[in-house]
Design a protein around this ligand. Structure first.
Ligand code: SAM
Ligand code: SF4
Length: 330
């Protein structure tokens, strides 16, 4: 699958649920209303959709959400998708999780063929963790991380850089990840959902500033390590660990974008930062054959835009997309 700008689409991110057991302040409001069940694709429908994308050339699949591991029966889907790893049709099956359910699922995930996972964790302090996630418990996530490591899963920690919240902890997180053998990726907060622009401006920390601060304590060697994602990686000389930066706002990485995103209702977003989308649920439900579905996917890819233009700037009104990150899963 090639888009009009010659980019080959080989990476599909699938949000398997819009629900979550946390209410992170930058992601959800406390009183979220979630989708009715009838709108959400069944696990069988998700499996069929993913299978179609794989047939059409997707080599890497990431499950996300909401929180993917709170979807009931999720291991049925993950086990089923694992088949494509065995046949060689898929290179990687992975997920992004808040870690709260990892203690329960780590062994099963490894057995299904998952080898690497991203775990979102913005702080190592229990009270701060509770404040950021509203409903989360840090010790549960820590137990999940331990289980993941014991099961043989490689872990990458994703931390959203929040000014005045966790920017005093980067040094400690780098040291901790170094000790635990986890990669660490810092992410700029993105203007998703309607959460009050004042809050967003207050939270926004350009990663160029974060990096300068980190370099006062650590030596960052440029690295050509890539995961097929938008992160730029460095090796922390003192720990040997990898440190990545995802900077959608200060560095535009759209030219190498190889991905599309599917929501749990079967809506395909061709760009995280644009509103254009394609409905795949109708062709999926309209017939048992996949011909219409494939045509709809092809048509959608032909509309993939060149890029996005998020802006958080005090002089301008923020350019945002109105949907929450829990819809497209980041
Ligand atoms: N619940 C899972 C988790 O937290 O990892 C998966 C879904 S979550 C929406 C995916 C990622 O998006 C997380 O790493 C989260 O920190 C990030 N995220 C959510 N809202 C964001 C925002 N406004 N800006 C930047 N990253 C955001
Ligand atoms: Fe849930 Fe992940 Fe959003 Fe936090 S970032 S509320 S864990 S979906």
């Amino acid at each position: 699958m090639q888009d009009p700008f010659g980019r080959s689409i080989s990476y599909l991110r699938v949000s398997v649920t819009d629900r979550c057991d946390f209410r992170c302040v930058y992601c959800m409001s406390e009183d979220m209303s979630f989708l009715p069940k009838t709108e959400v694709l069944s696990l069988e429908e998700l499996d069929r959709l993913c299978g179609t994308f794989i047939r059409m050339g997707v080599r890497k699949l990431r499950l996300t959400g909401g929180e993917p591991l709170v979807r009931r029966g999720i291991m049925t889907l993950i086990d089923s998708l694992g088949r494509h790893l065995q046949t060689g049709a898929l290179d990687e099956l992975t997920l992004t999780t808040n870690g709260s359910q990892l203690e329960k699922y780590a062994v099963d995930l490894f057995a299904a063929g998952v080898r690497r996972i991203n775990v979102s964790l913005d702080t190592l302090q229990a009270d701060k963790f509770a404040a950021i996630t509203r409903w989360g418990k840090l010790d549960k996530v820590m137990a999940g991380l331990k289980a993941a490591r014991a099961a043989g899963l490689q872990v990458k920690i994703n931390a959203v850089a929040l000014r005045g919240v966790n920017d005093d902890e980067f040094d400690e997180m780098i040291a901790w990840c170094g000790r635990e053998g986890f990669d660490l990726v810092l992410i700029e907060v993105m203007p998703m959902g309607e959460m009050g622009d004042a809050t967003r401006l207050d939270q926004y920390l350009p990663l160029s500033m974060a990096r300068a601060q980190i370099q006062r304590r650590w030596t960052l060697d440029e690295s050509d390590y890539r995961t097929g994602g938008p992160a730029r990686y460095y090796t922390v000389r003192e720990t040997g660990g990898r440190l990545g930066f995802i900077t959608p706002l200060t560095h535009n990485f759209c030219e190498s974008c190889n991905r599309v995103r599917l929501t749990c209702t079967g809506t395909l977003y061709m760009c995280l930062g644009q509103n254009d989308a394609a409905d795949l649920r109708s062709p999926l439900r309209a017939s048992d054959g996949d011909a219409d579905l494939e045509a709809a996917i092809r048509e959608a890819i032909s509309r993939k835009p060149k890029g996005h233009d998020f802006v958080i700037d005090r002089r301008q009104a923020p350019t945002a997309v109105p949907r929450h990150m829990s819809v497209t899963g980041g």
